[in-house]
Design a protein around this ligand. Sequence first.
Ligand SMILES: NC(=O)c1ccc[n+]([C@@H]2O[C@H](COP(=O)([O-])OP(=O)(O)OC[C@H]3O[C@@H](n4cnc5c(N)ncnc54)[C@H](OP(=O)(O)O)[C@@H]3O)[C@@H](O)[C@H]2O)c1
Length: 269
Amino acid sequence: MSKVLVITGGASGIGAATARLAAEKGYSIAINYRTREREATRLVEELNDVGVSAIAVQADISMPEDIKRLYSVVDEKLGLVTALVNSAGIGIGPTRVDETDEAALHQLFTTNVFGLILSTREAVRRMSTAHGGKGGVIVNVSSMASTIGGRPGASLYAASKGAVDAFTVGLAKEVASEGIRAVAVRPGFTITEMTSTYVTDQHILAGISSTIPIGRPAFVDEIAMPVVWLLSEEASFISGALLDISGGGFTLGASALPSEKRVLSAVEN
Ligand SMILES: NC(=O)c1ccc[n+]([C@@H]2O[C@H](COP(=O)([O-])OP(=O)(O)OC[C@H]3O[C@@H](n4cnc5c(N)ncnc54)[C@H](OP(=O)(O)O)[C@@H]3O)[C@@H](O)[C@H]2O)c1
């Protein structure tokens, strides 16, 4: 069976690293992007250069019609999806609940939760044996934020990722008998564009590192490698799992270190 992988938010960060590693495993790959046409096009060229069939598809995951179009394009150009990594996601910036901006909250949940669920819906419609499909694997990119309610100022982001966790556990049960495995990964603080502003400031980087037992943030490949493994047959009995990829989680009190509050309130993951 040909392996067709869709990666939402695939032009950067964890999504792009996953694409590069999956390229070595025989997938045809669809890179979904929202604004990053140049990065997506370059990545597709890079994959094509090593003999991988890859396409870039613009679609805003917060728009249901865009999601449908994404999967129609994949159907037509690569065939039915067999693997999905829902990596597209956004933060909302440090905020307290009493300062919540409705529009920003709406965008957070339409992207991180609604978009992820509707992307999954389209994939399940194609993968499920109940729909004539041949099965598949879905990996949702959650966050360690969900495990502690977020660092200071990140309760809304954490809530969106908590929804991803709960959805993944329920989804796995719903589709297990239809040939589909569903799992979530929960990265800890990872060096990507989403977090790059923090890691260039040595004071902030030291503050973040002090909250991670291993003592440093993750590099993207350290997240992408387990993701690609979870997609593989080697993980054939893993479903409904929430895999923490976090360097040991949080040091004691990391969610509310008073001396580091200024530092931590800037960090969502
Ligand atoms: N970096 C961390 O420390 C960390 C930790 C835990 C979890 N995560 C999660 O990991 C995932 C990937 O993030 P990342 O760290 O790799 O950061 P990133 O490089 O900023 O990747 C996020 C990607 O999602 C895309 N995206 C955002 N909104 C979208 C939309 N509406 N439709 C389609 N694509 C959209 C972005 O594209 P545009 O820029 O064009 O919008 C971007 O390419 C996210 O779900 C994030 O919450 C990250």
